[in-house]
Design a protein around this ligand. Structure first.
Ligand code: BES
Ligand code: ZN
Ligand code: ZN
Length: 481
């Protein structure tokens, strides 16, 4: 999808026109005839949130009416979803190029609408021999935006597309080494520093968790560290973003049964999300010092695979009893979190991980299961911006009683607790490695990959969390006030 910022006069526009209609707007301002305006008024009287389509062959006029009295976040989400509904109409009408303008609409609402249209236009087409239809060019009325403001949004959406593409790629075509190379190449284009540790280097770092999970694999692991450090950073100690990079999760020797293995190519969504958020910050020169720490391997039941009962020695020296080889994400993340603590002295650590099926059972696909330790203030900010961008958090408790559930008889801790509260014990396991550093854990298992289309999220990888983290970094200076 291409965008053009240009002057649009709705009444005389030659082409398909999308017209957003917010408050009560005088009829004479609308690009409609008298009868059309009457019809629209009737439809709006029934329901303010509606799309009315006028056939003006060879073009169409789509009036997207919305209730601008709603709370801002709700109104913007409604516009994202209306954009998805509109996109379906446009594709059916073969009206793939269009101009966009409106009345009674503010720039934030306009952006939300374009965001919905953009995000809903993505599908994973790379392996299809026949390409599906997409939106061609959207000409946006330049009355609403300054060019750089508009472009910074486009860059963010582009990162979301990249994230989705990586997550959607099957493991046959994206192994740890390839993913690391890809990140290094983007980093070098952006002037972001990138260090890639190979297996030998990971061995010398003694990352016992990452190495154990990799033992059943024929492919090498990688540990990628990205660092974006602008001169005008508002933070003196970095923000550390840690992402789970399990390129494929078979479960290992505790192999996943039946169709539980399906979609496990998406188990590196945390790493893709964190890399994308950091790249978006660099694209738009946000004044925040950020590092991303991305441990990567697949989890397979090879001949030398790690086994239940193994006791691992982690990067920070903690010993871990393996109860289940399918609880592998926390093992590779633990090493990365410990590495961040020791080498970067971060002001805050956030991790994103498709960590537990229990998170999906608890809250389904409507948000992120979140936990925090020593991070009341940043958590509150993250929660607020999450509601604003509609990538929402649900806070799970981190009571000390849960710590008891992961104590081991034979090692310091174990990688699984009891059957209940699996999302929290997974988070608690990770929190152990964050030590005193303020820490937020985001379990994105329910939202990283959708089996069914969910509004402007098509089937497959969603990139959910990138807009959240980006908005958080945009407002990051509030934390130090
Ligand atoms: N990658 C899975 C979690 C997952 C499940 C993500 C469904 C997305 C959708 C994770 O590695 C895993 O297998 N977790 C186990 C943990 C258990 C063995 C304690 C789970 O949730 O069943
Ligand atoms: Zn697993
Ligand atoms: Zn996993």
């Amino acid at each position: 999808m291409n965008y053009e910022l240009t002057q649009i006069s709705p009444k005389t526009y030659e082409g398909n026109l999308i017209f957003l209609l917010g408050g009560d707007v005088a009829e004479r301002n609308l690009p409609l005839g008298k009868k059309e305006a009457e019809l629209l008024r009737e439809r709006r009287a029934e329901k303010k949130d509606c799309i009315v389509r006028f056939d003006r062959l060879p073009y169409y006029t789509y009036i997207v009416s919305f209730d601008s009295e709603k709370p801002a976040a709700e109104c913007q989400e409604l516009l994202r979803r209306s954009a998805d509904a509109l996109r379906n109409m446009m594709i059916a009408d073969k009206a793939t190029d269009a101009g966009l303008s409106g009345e009674g609409v503010i720039p934030e609402e306009m952006i939300a609408f374009i965001e919905g249209l953009t995000l809903s236009d993505y599908s994973f087409d790379r392996y299809k021999t026949k390409q599906p239809e997409h939106i061609g060019t959207l000409a946006v009325d330049s009355r609403f935006f300054a060019t750089d403001e508009f472009e910074s949004n486009c860059k963010l959406w582009n990162r979301i597309f990249w994230c989705r593409e990586w997550v959607n790629l099957p493991v046959q075509d994206l192994k740890a080494a390839q993913f690391a190379d890809e990140l290094a190449s983007i980093a070098s284009d952006l002037g972001v520093s990138c260090t890639v540790f190979n297996k030998r280097q990971i061995e010398s770092l003694r990352m016992g968790g990452l190495l154990a999970v990799n033992r059943g694999s024929v492919d090498e692991p990688r540990f990628v560290v990205l660092e974006y450090k602008p001169a005008n950073a508002v933070n003196s100690k970095p923000l550390a973003l840690v992402g789970k990079g399990i390129m494929y999760d078979t479960g290992g020797l505790n192999i996943k049964p039946d169709d539980y293995m399906q979609e496990m190519k998406s188990d590196m969504a945390g790493a893709a999300t964190m890399a994308s958020a950091l790249f978006a910050a660099a694209d738009n020169e946000l004044p925040v010092h950020v590092v991303a720490l991305l441990p990567m391997t697949d989890n397979r039941p090879g001949f030398n695979a790690y086994a239940a009962d193994d006791i691992l020695s982690m990067y920070d020296g903690t010993t871990v009893e393996v109860i289940n080889t399918d609880a592998e994400g926390r093992l590779i993340l633990a090493d990365a979190i410990a590495y961040a603590v020791k080498n970067y002295d971060p002001e805050l650590i956030i991790d994103a991980a498709t960590l537990t099926g229990a998170a999906v059972r608890a809250i389904s696909t409507f948000g992120i299961a979140a936990m925090q330790q020593n991070a009341d203030n940043p958590y509150n900010l993250l929660n607020i911006v999450g509601n604003q961008v509609y990538e929402r958090l649900v806070q799970f408790p981190f009571w000390k009683e849960y710590d008891e559930l992961i104590k081991s008889e034979v090692a310091d801790i174990k990688n699984c607790g009891i059957a209940q509260a699996g999302t929290i014990t997974a988070g608690k396991f990770l929190a152990h490695f964050a030590k005193e550093v303020p820490y937020i854990h985001l379990d994105i298992a329910g939202v990283a990959y959708f089996s069914k289309k969910q509004h402007y999220y098509n089937v497959g990888a969603s990139g959910y969390g990138i807009r959240l983290l980006y908005a958080f970094m945009q407002t990051y200076d509030l934390l130090n006030k």
